[in-house]
Write a protein that binds this ligand. Structure first.
Ligand code: AP5
Length: 218
């Protein structure tokens, strides 16, 4: 299955993708993770992207479209994939449509993660990430076993630079302006499923699986 997880910054796209990868055996493709890896590696793409990311702005369409064009052709994506953070503009969505048509593939669904603004702000302010392995935690809801230390690699967990309050506000504004129009875009194509993603993690996953399995039956 090929699915898109659509939702505001901090909605839970990365967290839920990891569970979907385990259950369905298809890769998560996160443009945010790919761009952060490029920044860390100091390659030209990372240098270009960093300026936008630290202000909470979107990286230019042309850069992320090329990333995705190459990534979805890789062998591990042949049976499907979970797009996390892409597309984020109508231009990106139209390009994805053309790419998939060219490969004679189609999208299964667009899962819209529904979370209130108050909860988004709480999830973002509580998020911590491991700079070594990238594992995500939350100091309110998903704590590591030992305070401040990554369970997997023992590094100290940190706040993502773009999770600081001044940047978060801009990311939410950018989402409303550039990304929210995708809701109507995919509604018109009858691909959009809204799922309430507030509440306990297991309950949320149950609702996500139910939505996915309903679509798989059709
Ligand atoms: P990206 O990394 O994609 O950031 P984002 O979309 O803003 O999403 P986040 O990673 O902030 O949140 P998430 O929804 O994955 O939430 P998470 O699962 O961590 O992009 C970063 C930047 O890269 C962009 O600003 C832009 O500059 C650039 N970029 C990326 N893609 C681009 C594109 N296509 N075009 C142009 N530019 C692009 O969850 C949040 C927290 O909540 C975590 O701490 C988690 O543990 C917790 N949590 C989640 N669900 C639950 C639950 N049910 N119960 C308890 N805790 C929960």
């Amino acid at each position: 299955m090929r699915i898109i997880l659509l939702g505001e910054p901090g909605a839970g796209k990365g967290t839920y993708s990891i569970e979907l990868v385990k259950r369905y055996g298809i890769p998560q493709i996160s443009t945010g993770d790919m761009l952060r890896a490029a920044v860390k590696a100091g390659i030209p793409l990372g240098k270009q992207a960093q300026e936008y990311m630290k202000k909470g702005e979107l990286v230019p369409d042309s850069l992320v479209i090329e990333l995705i064009r190459e990534r979805i052709k890789q062998d591990d994506a042949s049976k499907g994939f979970i797009l996390d953070g892409f597309p984020r503009t109508v231009t990106q969505a139209e390009s994805l449509e053309k790419m998939l048509q060219g490969l004679k593939l189609s999208l299964g669904m667009v899962l819209k993660i529904e979370v209130s603004k108050a909860l988004l702000l709480k999830r973002l302010s509580g998020r911590r990430v491991c700079p070594g392995c990238g594992t995500t935690y939350n100091i309110d809801t998903m704590r590591p076993q030992k305070e401040g230390i990554c369970d997997k690699c023992g590094r100290e967990i940190v706040q993502r630079p773009d999770d600081r309050p001044e940047t978060v506000e801009n990311r939410l504004v950018v989402y409303q302006k550039d990304t929210a129009p995708l809701i109507e875009f995919y509604e018109k194509k009858k691909l959009l499923r809204r799922v309430n993603c507030e509440g306990e993690f297991e309950d949320v996953m149950g609702r996500i699986y139910a939505a996915m399995e309903e679509v798989a039956k059709v």
